[in-house]
Design a protein around this ligand. Sequence first.
Ligand code: 13P
Length: 251
Amino acid sequence: MRTPIIAGNWKLNKNRAEAQVLAQAIVAETQSVKDVEVVLCPVYTALETVATVIRNSNIKLGAQDMFWEASGAFTGEVSSDLLKDVGCQYVIIGHSERRQYFFETNETVNKKVKAALTAGLTPIVCVGETLPEREAGQVEAVVGNHVKNGLAGLSSEEIRKIVVAYEPVWAIGTGKTATPEQAQDVHQYIRKLLLELAGEEVGNSVRIQYGGSVKPDNVKELMAKPDIDGALVGGASLKPDSFVSLVKFNS
Ligand code: 13P
């Protein structure tokens, strides 16, 4: 019912030449994949390069962040329209690294999500708790805040258009994946919130990705869980072999 979505978040890696090589290898190896949506999210400076490589493929382009204003005196920022202009259909919003290092809050996430939707971009809205928060029994409180405040004021039809990514901070880049059961528990909670916010039909249609040390050897058991609809992948998206085997988790 929900098309799986596997997205590579390349973070601050790959110059244009490297991005071109990686994207070309992924295009070549995923041509036969029709039942999984694939998104590549390179750095801003490589967006156009990757857009050119994926032009005649099923692969889609995403950015890693954006600002909520359309234009003006905002040195260093990039707007939704500029991302569309370079070929993006997706944009990651509120990644934990942005929350941690760049002071992103639920309020800024909410403004960015609204601006992305207005421009016709699909926001991949990231939520997730830190290890101390998990150990203090605050997973639902933290994730609930991220979801409710990040999506505040959105209509059901707007919520229909988003993707949520559950990324427990303690699992990102640590090699320590959440167990499929741990992930499913939180995904199920997020699903419940989406059902409350947007009603049954929309709440059941929104895809929820898991992110945090997703690797070829754990993707299948994660994807087998009922509310895990995809993966947002860091490290394993930087090599064609590992990313392609994630995309082909089903075969
Ligand atoms: P890793 O796959 O490297 O743990 O990163 C996950 C992530 O942050 C994707 O956005």
